[in-house]
Ligand binder design. Sequence first.
Ligand code: TRP
Ligand code: ZN
Length: 519
Amino acid sequence: MLAAVTLVACAADDSIDPSLASRSETATAELDSTNDAPEAVSTPTSTSTTVPAAPNTTSTSTSTSTTEAPGSTILLTDNLGGETIGDPYYPDVGNTGYDVRSYDLDLKVDIEGRDTLSGVATIDVVTTAALDRLSFDLVELEVKSVTIDGTEVPHTQTDDKLRLAPPTTLEPNAEITIAVTYAGTPISMPSQTRIGPIGWFDIGSTASVAIGEPTGARTWFPVNDHPSDKATYTVTIDVAEPLIGVSNGELVRSEAANGRRTTRWEMRQPMASYLATVSIGDYALISSDPSATTGVAVEDAVAQRLATIFEGDFEQTDEMIDIFSELFGPYPFDEYGVLIVDAEFGFALETQGRSLYSESLIDGDGSIERIVAHELAHQWFGNHVSPSTWQDIWLNEGFASYAEDLWLEFGRGRDVVQLQTRLLGRASDALSPAPRDPGPEGLFAPSVYRRGGITLHALRLEVGDAVFFDILQTWLLRFGGGVASTEDFISLSEERSGNNLRGFFDAWLSDGPLPALPS
Ligand code: TRP
Ligand code: ZN
């Protein structure tokens, strides 16, 4: 099919970012053509109603939260807990009134015909302010009831928020447990970037998958949908056999009864919501021996059809983990693996602890080596240290792109001058938008990957190998488990090198001409 052909071409070109281009050109058609129930997969056009147009369309039962002031300025009179996290690219997502510690998602999913999902999300939070109301991001799914610490509370829903009204003001620093019972047919929605739709994908009666990055998590659970509020996750999925539900982290339970199978997955390290996934399909769960050097166990979930060939594409995983651990510091999670979904939408995504691959990338011939290194490197850069806001996306994509070259240099003994020539050529073809502020449409633009990537190579030449790897390792030590910004990276680079690097980063991360590489 078209996507597969384009992707083979991309793999031959030895590159990662064109896979995104091919996806955006064909994703919608691919998804529609592989779908038994076309109405259940929403194209950007058909889901436009889920993008908030008029605020507060269904809110009825909560107390008045706004008043008309003279001159018709709307004043917020209740403490809403800041119903945005203030992301420059996604001003509608998140809430600053609380900090989620853990999500426990108990999901029952049926994918015969139109997908249906019913769930209970048990969310442990700590309030960061006095709260009269609080909200979660949630799209399309209908909330039946909500409790706070076991007591039912009133709730309302808008197109993209679930709002709760606790009976009395919540104190700051209160630990509370919110349980949301909800159900519906989850949808995909436009992402406004070149990667096409995100959210829930209904791939006929054989598979379904949830794609988060950047703001798709809210299509399958109530969430503070921003990387700055990381949490641990337990996901339990109940599906009809022989299907099986797969999520992030370690499989801690698998039980079959009455023709259904329940699996429970645990991600014990903090995870950004965009890195959470769930997929239902006919999966083989395949574990391999831990690497002798680093001891990281690899547990793959592979669509049965590909279980005999996929290994050819991932033969280097152990060695990549070893090399990256040496260069960057220890692998940050309990185990690694891949989740190979039997769907032709032609991309890979660095879902935490188990990177997600579309079947169309898999042919067992090893030609996706760069992509394999890229998604693995994201576990350090993007997943362990996540972007403070989406404007900082080059901290994910520039770093993972440069890590492809580091793997080839340190793992494969490739000539660094040849690698540099390729980096330079490709960055020269993708000067703008500026990696430092690519705008919401440019989030996954080639310049973010390539110009972002060569910026790191330039830094390495500027400060020398010892200082460069010290910067990367300190970055992971200092910000691991949390988030960091471009400003943090510049300050850290200056701190570790003793150089003034502001002008350097301003030039490399801009959309102007590429500076000359330091010699
Ligand atoms: N982070 C992905 C990468 O490795 C790109 C990406 C962003 C993506 N959002 C996505 C891929 C959604 C698939 C689906 O470069
Ligand atoms: Zn990437």
